[in-house]
Ligand binder design. Structure first.
Ligand code: UTP
Length: 461
């Protein structure tokens, strides 16, 4: 018979912990200071045990998405009519941006475990010549768009428990890269306990529970709960341009995309690219049998569907999601106020557990929400095809696919393409080249002619 611990004012939560078979979290109780005991009990008080029970059930049954077919999308312009539509969208987009209705939003709360970098992923150096960090490149792009459109662009940055303070410190140390710091909103997402294979809580320290950030899908709730959404609404922001911190190629403020979004009265719009090969690890846009649009994760797309071809021999499920979206601020408000929670997905991961011998890695479950699960909640949405080489260079791994090297290669290729478009020759001797966003965020920003120096490494800024 286990003797239950007691602590005045916390009896109900202590009982709940025992009733759910989680009393092992008190394994170090006798060694804790009073503050540590309170800390542990307060953390436990915030846990929704019923929700965790339901989430653990997810680990037993894998829910296969319902019936679906490929989602329709607007392809890159080929005909004169399509070019005209894109030109018109651009005009509408520029007008929307100039009226101050657009803000940028980067999700940067992830743990970046594949990259294995100590610190927020946003401070990872990625500039192929300059070594500028991901955050600096994003900040400079925003600064450049502000100059181009003659406005100030609010920037929301979502962090999480583990990297929030380091992110704030970094921006303060760098004077917010000369952005108006009144309009840079850095806020934390929620955390959710991870579970061990028996569905029980895991200790991270003798007096705290292991929790993980609740996924990029937690961003909609976090925008609302942190008060950032109401600040945006007060500033007159109608459209939030969402991107991931680890994509240095993202076109943060894209007039064409924004224009189409507005013209379609979309609540959410998304960018898609043609999958490079059937097994590529990106989700695909689909239309479910209830006619709602969504994304099916690559791991959930059955092998036959991955390889299915259309009558022209092209991949049928070809429109891949690259996590670039536009969200209407009123739509986010509706979701958050209506307490509509995006579903959690489960992933088996290695988790460091605190034991008598210090930290030991165990296998457990992390639960995360995915932001694209907001798509099926929309009445109106829009999907736009984009060119991979112009917008997508994910930095996920240390080496190989989607790595630092591949992203830098893609960045340099894009800079060379811009120069080529301007008929500016790149000398053969140049091995590395980088264009600062403050100099150009697209080919059109480049001067008509200038000479590239005969150096191995060239930084244009
Ligand atoms: P990923 O799912 O690729 O995860 O996040 P990650 O944290 O960068 O890296 P791994 O999987 O641990 O190696 C895609 C984007 O979503 C953000 C990340 O910061 C990244 O910009 N994200 C992810 C969040 O903001 N919060 C989360 O809880 C998860």
């Amino acid at each position: 018979m286990v003797t239950m611990i007691h602590y005045k004012g916390y009896d109900a939560i202590i009982e709940k912990v025992y009733a759910t078979g989680n009393e092992h979290v008190f394994a170090f109780w006798d060694t804790l200071t009073d503050d540590q005991k309170k800390h542990l009990l307060q953390e436990l008080s915030l846990i929704n045990f019923n929700e965790l029970h339901e989430l653990f059930a997810l680990t037993k049954k894998h829910t296969i998405p319902m019936d679906f077919e490929p989602a329709p999308f607007t392809r890159l312009p080929q005909t004169p009519e399509e070019h005209k539509a894109f030109d018109h969208a651009k005009t509408v987009g520029i007008d929307t941006i100039k009226k101050g209705k657009v803000a940028a939003f980067v999700v940067a709360g992830g743990q970046g475990s594949r990259l294995g970098f100590d610190g927020p992923k946003g401070i990872f150096p990625i500039g192929p010549v300059s070594n500028k960090t991901l955050f600096q490149i994003h900040a400079e792009k925003i600064k450049a768009y502000e100059k181009k459109f003659g406005i100030s662009i609010p920037w929301c940055i979502m962090t999480s428990q583990a990297n929030h303070n380091a992110t704030v410190d970094y921006f303060e140390k760098h004077n917010f890269f000369n952005l108006n710091n009144d309009k840079v909103f850095i806020f934390k997402q929620n955390m959710i306990p991870s579970l061990n294979e028996e569905g029980k809580l895991i200790l991270e320290t003798p007096y705290s529970i292991f929790r993980n950030p609740d996924g990029h899908g937690g961003s909609l709730t976090a925008l609302y709960q942190s008060g950032t959404l109401s600040k945006l609404l007060n500033l007159g922001v109608e459209v939030l341009s969402y991107f991931q911190v680890d994509n240095p190629l993202v076109r943060i403020i894209d007039p064409v995309f924004i224009g189409f979004h507005v013209k379609h009265n979309a609540e959410v719009s998304s960018k898609a690219l043609q999958k490079a090969y059937p097994e590529e690890k990106i989700g695909v846009f689909v239309k479910f049998s209830n006619m709602r649009i969504g994304v099916v994760e690559y791991s959930d797309l059955p092998l036959v569907k991955q390889h299915e071809k259309d009558e022209r021999g092209n991949l049928r499920y070809s429109a891949g999601s690259i996590a670039i979206h536009l969200f209407n601020t009123r739509f986010i408000e509706k979701i958050a106020q209506g307490n509509i929670s995006l579903p959690f997905h489960v992933a088996k991961k290695t988790i460091p557990q605190y034991t008598n011998d210090g930290k030991n890695n165990i296998t457990g479950y992390k639960f995360e929400k995915f932001v694209f699960d907001a798509l099926p909640l929309t009445e109106q949405n829009f999907i736009l095809e984009t060119k991979r080489e112009e917008e997508f260079a994910p930095v996920k791994n240390k080496s190989g696919v989607d790595s630092v090297d591949s992203a830098q290669e893609l960045m340099m290729n894009l800079y060379k393409k811009w120069l080529l478009q301007k008929n500016i020759p790149v000398p053969k001797v140049v091995e590395k080249i980088e264009i600062s966003p403050l100099f150009a965020v697209e080919s059109d920003d480049l001067p008509d002619s200038f000479a590239i120096p005969q150096h191995k490494e060239v930084y244009i800024g």
